[in-house]
Write a protein that binds this ligand. Structure first.
Ligand code: 1HE
Length: 262
């Protein structure tokens, strides 16, 4: 059995971390299995959902395996995490991550390279690298800090602070709070919506937005204009714009259940 199961449901690839007896701690084999599943999803799906078997999403790096590694193996191991995670973050399909239980260390680094995070009420987040005598190695210095800022990551790493799901939402890690046991269903619902988007728009959303944000003001605006005109030229865009103008696609409605004032 691979440590990451792969299946497709319609256009959606579902990747399931499957090492619950070790709380889905990421060993080398599991990382390789994740990479293989990510590559399949890129070929076969229009969107992907990443979830985990068992109560906990991921307890981070497999510390038992890590404890035996040489310095050089540690560095190349970290680079392998970066390579696999980059194929999620800057790949061809958007990832919706369904979270529950512990999202610790490398587990949070993994969650942070998804594009949208949905969390059940029992989810909690920690970065105990300081207490373990190690450091982030799965891209968290770049990606977790992008989500919630360097000061909050520093606090978590220095003090062992554990974030509740509400704090994590406030800090920008969690996009959606799901009902108990419903994180996967909500992630699937969102993935189905994204799978219906024009593929080039999705590609640019996941590949261009952050790069534009990272570039200079002028370069960013220039890149945006080029990306906008590229999408506009596709037959899909023309068809979708026409459908809206001919009132064949639904208009956007106000969010359900929220008070709307005139
Ligand atoms: C593990 C790991 C692991 C569990 N590596 N084996 N991550 C951590 O510091 C988190 C460490 N784990 C925990 O704090 C707890 O396991 C949990 C809060 C996640 C879950 O607690 P619980 O009571 O449900 O499970 P448990 O009894 O602690 O663990 C069950 C088994 O999983 C046990 O093995 P067993 O053989 O005794 O049954 C644990 O040893 C094993 N296990 N977590 C190895 N992480 C790219 S750099 C990223 C750097 C980091 O990720 S640092 C954070 C590491």
């Amino acid at each position: 059995m691979p440590f990451v199961e792969y299946e497709t449901i319609g256009d959606i690839a579902v990747l399931t971390l499957n090492r619950p007896e070790k709380r889905n701690a990421m060993c080398d084999t599991m990382l390789a299995d994740l990479g293989a599943a990510v590559d399949r999803a890129a070929d076969e799906a229009k969107a992907a959902v990443l979830r985990a078997e068992g109560k906990h999403f991921c307890a981070g790096l497999d510390l038992a395996e890590h404890a035996e590694k040489s310095l050089m193996d540690g560095v190349s191991g970290s680079r392998k995490w970066h390579a696999v995670f980059s194929r999620i973050q800057r790949g061809t399909v958007p990832y919706f991550v369904a979270l529950s239980g512990a999202v610790i260390g490398g587990g949070l680094e993994l969650a942070s390279v998804g594009h949208v995070r949905v969390a059940a009420p029992d989810t909690y987040f920690a970065l105990p690298e300081g207490q373990r005598g190690i450091f982030l190695g799965g891209g968290g210095s770049v990606n977790v800090t992008r989500l919630m800022g360097v000061p909050r990551v520093m606090d978590m790493m220095l003090t062992g602070r554990v974030l509740s799901v509400e704090e994590a939402e406030r800090f920008g890690i969690v996009n959606y709070l799901a009902a108990p046991g419903k994180a996967f269903d909500k992630a699937m619902e969102l993935a189905r919506v994204a799978a219906g988007n024009a593929p080039l728009s999705n590609y640019l959303i996941i590949n261009a937005l952050q790069r534009i944000h990272d570039s200079g003001y002028d370069e960013g605006l220039f890149f945006e204009s080029v990306a906008a005109s590229l999408t506009q030229e596709t037959p899909e865009a023309r068809e979708r714009l026409r459908a809206f103008l001919e009132k064949k696609s639904a208009p956007i409605s106000a969010p359900n259940g929220r008070e709307i004032r005139e």
